[in-house]
Design a protein around this ligand. Structure first.
Ligand code: UDP
Length: 328
């Protein structure tokens, strides 16, 4: 039986990966320090004998007894609120955490896939973004802690591949959404859905003409799984190329929730990328992958999830950081 280690297991993508690998018949070791992850996301796996959980911070030496065939490094804060609140941890998990896991992969002779991001392209001057584009990143801006940690992560991963012959894979993840996102992590989709459910105006930053391309989580997980099983070592974009403005996103969420709330305009955060859309030619050609879930279907599933939260959770989670970030 194949054994896989997934870091960030209690997070949004990590928990969906745990489910997928369990479904595929793997033994899964989930690891998380629970800074931004939530055990609720993997609670249902604890009774499964093929699942183990390690409460551990990967920036410290990582030890796992027994064999490991695959490692997926998904531990990282991943929202603008997190970068502002825990910038040092964001840098450390991308740099030191990745170094520890590459070391573990060597010792275990495991194949490792690391979670990189469209943020390596920064505020892109090339559109749509191909993997060959070097990016336009401010190292010292508020998002720099995430962007540069991920760029370092790619760099050290390629170095381990070239110098040690380690089997490595790099996925560049574009905006992904779905059930288990944190209601108040400040990302546009949970923010808008949460506001709509609470009957608050939707906070659109700037003039709302900035674009993003949103990928449903099931499509993302399929792409990651195929990349891990492929033999391609260079970075691959995984995301949905259907691009919309944030204004359009807010309109779609209002329509979805049947609410007649208003849009409240707030200043654009510093270094907020003006456009983002993946070129997925590589994923298509190498992995025969393309997204299949429409926004309508994905948004409906995501809304169902947020609706299933208790009233108490919906309001309780509306914490200070979120209000500060949304400037309401
Ligand atoms: N955004 C917004 N209102 C919000 C949260 C986000 O207008 O309440 C905007 C944000 O400025 C950005 C876009 O939505 O232009 C996507 O933001 P998100 O944080 O979801 O992802 P990222 O900027 O990391 O792509």
């Amino acid at each position: 039986m194949k054994r896989v280690l997934i870091t960030g297991a209690a997070g949004f993508l990590g928990s969906h990966l745990c489910d997928r690998f369990i479904e595929e018949g793997f033994e899964v070791i989930g690891m998380d320090n629970l800074i931004t992850g939530d055990l609720k996301n993997i609670e249902h796996l604890f009774s499964n004998s093929k699942f183990e959980f390690y409460h551990h911070d990967v920036t410290k030496f990582v030890h796992v007894p027994g064999k490991i065939d695959y490692i997926l490094h998904f531990a990282s804060p991943a929202s603008p609120i997190d970068y502002l609140k825990i910038p040092i941890q964001t840098l450390k998990v991308g740099a030191m955490g990745t170094h520890n896991l590459l070391g573990l992969a060597r010792v275990k002779n495991a194949r490792i896939l690391i979670a990189s991001t469209s943020e390596v392209y920064g505020d892109p001057l090339v559109h749509p973004q191909t993997e060959e584009y070097y990016g336009n990143v401010s190292a010292i801006g508020p998002r720099g802690v995430y962007d540069e940690a991920k760029r370092f992560m790619e760099s050290i991963t390629m170095a381990y591949h070239r110098y040690h012959g380690l089997e490595t894979r790099i996925v560049r993840i574009f905006n992904t959404y779905g059930p288990r996102m944190r209601l108040n992590d400040g990302r546009a989709i949970p923010a808008f859905i949460g506001q709509a459910l609470r009957g608050e105006d939707l906070t659109v930053f700037g003039d709302g003409s900035q674009t993003r391309s949103f990928c449903y989580v099931d499509d993302q997980i399929e792409g990651i799984f195929r990349l891990l099983m492929s033999d391609y070592v260079y970075p691959v974009n995984i995301g949905n190329p259907k691009e919309i403005t944030i204004n359009q996103l807010a309109e779609e969420i209002l329509e979805l929730t049947g609410s007649n709330l208003k849009i409240a305009r707030k200043p654009l955060p510093k270094d907020d990328p003006t456009q983002r859309k993946p070129d997925i030619t590589k994923a298509n050609e190498i992995l025969d992958w393309f997204p299949v879930v429409s926004r309508k279907e994905g948004f409906n599933k995501t809304l169902e999830y947020f609706k299933s939260l208790s009233e108490e959770e919906l309001f309780k989670k509306e914490h200070k950081d979120f209000k500060e970030y949304q400037r309401v």
